[in-house]
Design a protein around this ligand. Structure first.
Ligand code: NDP
Length: 313
């Protein structure tokens, strides 16, 4: 079976940037897009914070352009889902991957850019209004609610950080925490509680997101007293955690407790030689398109160096 130089799994900003660099380095990369070609950005409307787009760009268009750029240098972009992998443990070993439990691929290097998926509450009105005022990324979408009243759900570091971020842009931020305490670090909690325009509500859960086409408000229930309340908001931010897409790597690659892949602190190497990870699948802290793209570039450079080092032996 033919052994390719580089297989890229996943087609978000990390995967496409890795593809651009790998293709230009003549690694003839083959990319499998996964079940959501283009990744999380295809569910966003406007991307205003990626450098180089002074007028902003909508997420799906940006991903199409990234694909075209990767293909211009010879990346083969294939629609398909890698369902199983078998990584070699020794340097120079051949890594195996299967597409949709079927086609087998052999590669010298593999770049994993499978991303992470934001968790949602799962209630019908929240799902219906995704893209109509419900977002899972305050840094991406907060700006659209400048001067308005918004709400955020969650009590972890992400929710605390995003509530603080939103408080600088929005008129008022209602923060809904389902327990009587927050999971966020003490420092982050302190930042939230001392911010005047954050209305922190414990024991609070959303019963319904109000609005037909766009978010107009929330019906909240206090899960201790059963008391219900309605508030008017235009934006709802869900910050209840992310799930890295690492199911198929379990037992083969080192992960942290949350399932994020562990890479060397200064590069994208995993614990298997020739297997690299970039983007949100190994980053629970920054999670931005531009940081994902940066690590995608690093992964391709790391893959190229690894392949060159095999030739030296
Ligand atoms: P976490 O898992 O830490 O917190 C999730 C929060 O969402 C919890 O408060 C949880 O509540 C709540 N939650 C979960 N499901 C629901 C639900 N269905 N309804 C309402 N609330 C819900 O996720 P984060 O994204 O905040 O953080 C992930 C990791 O990244 C953490 O280790 C964090 O420390 C780290 N991080 C670090 C940052 C930094 O250092 N600057 C910034 C951001 C993240 P409950 O407590 O009741 O389960």
């Amino acid at each position: 079976m033919k052994v390719i130089e580089t297989l890229i799994i996943g087609s978000g900003p990390a995967g496409y940037t890795a593809a651009i660099y790998a293709a230009r380095a003549d690694l003839k990369p083959i990319m499998y897009t996964g079940l959501e070609p283009g990744g999380q950005l295809t569910t966003t409307t406007e991307v205003d914070n990626f450098p180089g787009y002074p007028e902003g760009i909508d997420g799906p268009t940006m991903m199409i352009q990234l694909q075209q750029q990767a293909e211009r240098f010879g990346t083969q972009v294939r629609i398909g889902h890698i369902s199983k992998v078998e990584f070699a443990s020794i340097k120079g070993g051949i890594h195996k991957a299967w597409v949709d439990d079927n086609t087998e691929i052999h590669a010298k290097t593999i770049i994993i850019s499978t991303g992470a998926t934001a968790k949602y509450l799962g209630i019908e009105s929240e799902q219906r209004l995704r893209g109509g005022g419900v977002s899972a990324c305050a840094v991406c979408d907060g700006f659209f609610y400048k001067g308005q009243d918004v709400a955020i759900v969650g009590g972890g570091d992400t929710a605390a950080e995003e509530a603080t971020y939103l408080s600088n842009i929005c008129n008022k931020v209602t923060m809904l925490v389902r327990k009587g305490k927050m999971r966020a670090s003490k420092a982050m909690q302190h930042r939230v509680t001392k911010t005047k325009n954050i209305d922190l509500r414990y024991f609070s859960e959303i019963e319904e997101v109000l609005g037909e086409q766009v978010v107009e408000g929330l019906r909240i229930i206090n899960n201790q007293s059963g008391k219900k309340d309605e508030i008017k908001i235009t934006g709802l931010f869900i910050a209840i955690g992310h799930k890295p897409n690492t199911e198929i790597f379990k037992g083969q690659l080192e992960m942290d407790d949350g399932g994020y892949l562990i890479t060397d602190s200064k590069n994208t190497k995993t614990n298997k030689p020739g297997v690299f990870a970039s983007g949100d699948v190994q980053d629970k802290e920054y999670r931005q398109a531009v940081t994902a793209a940066g690590t995608g570039c690093m992964a391709a450079l790391d893959a190229e160096r690894y392949i060159n080092s095999l030739k030296d032996n």
